[in-house]
Design a protein around this ligand. Sequence first.
Ligand SMILES: [Zn+2]
Length: 194
Amino acid sequence: MAKPLPSDYVEVARWMLGQTPVRTAIAIAGLTLVLFLAALFVAIAFVAMTTDMRELDTSFPMMVVGLVLILAIHELTHALAFRAFGVRPRFRIRRRAKIGTVFYVSAPGSYLRRDEYLAVGLAPLVLLTLILLSAAVLIAVGSAFTATLLAAVALNVAAAVDDMFIAYEVLSYPGETYFEDTGYGFIAYARAGT
Ligand SMILES: [Zn+2]
């Protein structure tokens, strides 16, 4: 199941997050930390204001398992969004020198319109954040499970910093551009002669 590229489209750009300037890498690392803390604060404040929760139990093992799981669920959300647009995603594991082994989703050989590609990229940030926050409010107020959900909200937002940088870059292209996801960046295609 691959979405073909219209025959009159040609490659116009290749962009990889890992090949951006050092200051971009620093900005991403800094923003990841800041957004993790900000999202954690906002999520706890939101649950504290909308429920009777006054204290929060924590369980270190549950937290570790929950945070590893949420990174996998983040990638699965990208995969489901690819599926929603008729694309079969590929699951990959890659070693990255700076942060160790990462599990990620890509869809080489499939081509999405700009806004579809944006939706795939931002699906975990928007949908998963809403689902996790709703679950934290509804299911387990004050338990170690609540604490794990709130930390998962923060980690999911932090994990979406890469997605936000890619989305920002993608938005600089016109709406009729097609994108091929390479896992950590994209190849952009435009109609020949434009
Ligand atoms: Zn992501």
